[in-house]
Design a protein around this ligand. Sequence first.
Ligand SMILES: [Zn+2]
Length: 232
Amino acid sequence: MELEPFVFSQRGVVAGTQENAGDRMEEVNRFTLRTLLPEEVAVFTLDLCNNAVDRHYSRFPEEELERINTLTPGRPLMERHDLSGSLPRGTFFRSRLHREGDRVSVRPEVYVLRSSGNRDFILNIEGGVYRETSIGFSFQRPECSVCGKDLRTCAHVPGRRYGNEVCHFVMRGVMEVLEGSVVPAGSQGTRFVAQQHGNARRARVPAVEALAEGRALFHRPIELWSAGWARE
Ligand SMILES: [Zn+2]
């Protein structure tokens, strides 16, 4: 059985704002149709995702962070994951891996035009109201940290202890970085949902529920399956 990729979002933080974007304009202007001046943009640094096990028991291995790092430049910055009609607020223009001890994180920078329409958005970030970020990814396989199988096909439960190890899932096979969002502080964190054949069905359910759904789907006896039941 072919398992669908997951669309996933993970929470990060706004790590900083740049008072002077002057030395970055060459990189910014790789994405623009005319040459922008430093005073026309606000530049923010985001701490996007890292190699630690998060509170929803998921973890990126370092090679997947490297892939995310290369996929992020050029992707849009949105406001509150609003993909239904609103246009991007900014563009990620470069990204690097940031190391602090054992911790590796993806740190992209994004530019936002200082247009009248973006004024409140920029003020909310600079003022610390929008300080959390949430970035959407798709990946192929939630690998079980205990047995190495796809977690939808084994019986281990993320968050439960097995011997010395607390089970978590290792996100393998990152396919896309979809978008980044800035969200008000204190909003809901990590989500991942099954993606159906590339459609934009993005039902927002917690990771554990998505996993339960994925498991139920995988373990459903094929000879008893009918499309009518799937709609129930
Ligand atoms: Zn397992």
